[in-house]
Structures are given as C-alpha cells and as structure tokens.
Design a protein around this ligand. Structure first.
Ligand code: NDP
Length: 241
C-alpha cells in the first residue's frame, strides 16, 4: 500500500483508536483527532506514536484550521474516517433541545465539516477515501435515541449523495454501520440492558473495535476503487439490512 495520509476523528479511544492503529500498521501516515480527554490522547500517542490533534469536529472554523495544520504537518489527507460520535440518550418527551443539537452537530454536522475541509484537495489530486461511521441504530432506530438514530441515519444518506459527487474524481465514500461494540460508549449502557442486547446478537458477543477497523482497512485500500456509496454492516448478525 502506498504512503497515504489518513485522519481519524475520535481516533484516540474506542473504535477510532483501533482504526488508527490498523491504518498505521497498513503503512499509512495517521493523525488522530479528539476533543476533551487529554489523558487518553497522551496515552494513545505514547503507545502508538500516532500524533493527536485536539479540536471539536462540530465546529466548522476549528475544523478548517485543524485540517490546514495536519496538512502542513503530514501532507494532504487521502483518507478521512469520520468516526467521532457521542450519545445523549433520552426519550423524546424528556429530551431537551440541547441534547438534540449536540448529537446532530457532533455526529452528522461533523461529516459535513470534515468532508468539506478535505474535498477540494482530494478532487484536485483525483484520489480520496472517506468512511463515515454510522450505526445499527441509524438503520433500525432505538428506544431513547431519536437524536442519535436521526444523526446516524443522516450519515447513510450523506454517504450515498457524496459518493455520487466523488465518483468521477477517484473519491469513494462509504459507511460502516457497527453493531454494539465493547467501548466506553457501550460500557455506559446499564448492565441489565446490555445483557438483553447481547441476547439478540446471533454471534453471542459484543463487537470488538478491531472488527470495525478491519472494515475500514478494506474500504480505504487503493484497490477498493469500485466500492462506493455502500454501507458495510458489522454487527454479529444482529440486523441484516
Ligand atoms: P467512544 O466514546 O469510546 O470514543 C469517542 C471518540 O470520539 C473519542 O476519541 C472522543 O474524544 C471523540 N469525540 C467525541 N466528541 C468529539 C468532538 N466533538 N470532536 C472531536 N472528537 C470527539 O466512542 P466509540 O468508539 O464507541 O464510538 C466511535 C463511533 O462509532 C461513534 O461515531 C459511535 O457513534 C459509533 N458507534 C459505536 C458503537 C458502539 O457500540 N460503541 C455502535 C455503533 C456506532 P475524547 O476522548 O476527547 O472524548
């Protein structure tokens, strides 16, 4: 594989960390983004030697600045993995507007902000790989997650539209829809609820972050140039879409 530059948002913990490591092991030059957890970011860089960049993916001007900085440090971005995401769960009748906005801006607005910041350079160089991390809950909905399900569902539409725009320019755009993966995000789910979720997974276990990273490696390979606008479900058979 050639020495491509990859940027993974939310790349210092959980699924993003596994993606960043897998890309590095595949010979990519990798940058990992995060937003607040400095300790985790420092530990990540100490362990992997992958540099971290702190900025809020939901903040358009901050994203433009950061992408310019990363480009200066490492070169133009060939591979963008829009992985950063948050949850602010609650049933609609109890959800405040702030929880709605935070999830839409961080999970979906970020895909616009990040893709907008790299697309001109990808178009100019006639190469790009964009992978957006959606969710099983964007495909099938989930009680207590109207904000998250809407944002993730939006990611799948965003992916198909941008895939059409990039196709003539060597830019592929795909989504991965993970099922439940053993990360901090899922560890926040009450154990009794988690037990019921695992009971519905035919493979009988939670996903591992590395299971998702494997899909990103596949979709971002130079050779994957005929795969675009697709959604790869990696969920242990929980939802067959
Ligand atoms: P984690 O909560 O473990 O990690 C989230 C990462 O995103 C952290 O690095 C965090 O940074 C970063 N992040 C959060 N908000 C921002 C922001 N505004 N700007 C920049 N970075 C930010 O999440 P997971 O690894 O579990 O999830 C990764 C992705 O996969 C998310 O999009 C999630 O929705 C999706 N997903 C996860 C599933 C699961 O079961 N875990 C299932 C389906 C989809 P910091 O460390 O600074 O907080």
């Amino acid at each position: 594989m050639s020495q491509r530059v990859a940027l993974v948002t939310g790349g210092t913990r959980g699924i993003g960390k596994a993606i960043a490591i897998a890309l590095k092991n595949a010979g990519r030059t990798v940058a990992a983004n995060y937003n607040g957890n400095d300790d985790a970011a420092r530990a990540f860089t100490a362990e992997t030697e992958i540099p971290h960049y702190k900025f809020d993916v939901g903040d358009f001007p901050a994203v433009q600045d950061a992408v310019a900085r990363i480009t200066k440090d490492l070169g133009p971005i060939d591979i963008l993995v829009n992985n950063a995401g948050i949850t602010r769960d609650g049933t609609l009748h109890k959800m405040d507007r702030e929880s709605w906005d935070a999830v839409i801006v961080t999970n979906l607005g970020s895909c616009f902000n990040m893709s907008r910041a790299v697309i001109d350079s990808m178009r100019a160089r006639s190469f790009g790989r964009i992978v957006n991390v959606g969710s099983i809950n964007g495909q099938m909905g989930q009680y207590g997650q109207v904000n998250y399900a809407a944002a993730k569902s939006g990611i799948h539409g965003f992916t198909k539209a941008l895939a059409q725009e990039g196709a003539g320019k060597g830019i592929t755009v795909n989504a991965i829809a993970p099922g439940y993966v053993d990360t901090d995000m899922v560890r926040a789910v009450p154990p009794a609820v988690l037990e019921k979720i695992i009971a519905k997974i035919p493979m009988g276990r939670l996903g591992r972050a590395e299971d998702i990273a494997r899909g990103v490696l596949f979709l971002t390979a130079d050779e994957a140039d005929f795969i675009t606008g697709s959604t790869l479900s990696i969920n242990g058979g929980q939802h067959m879409y």
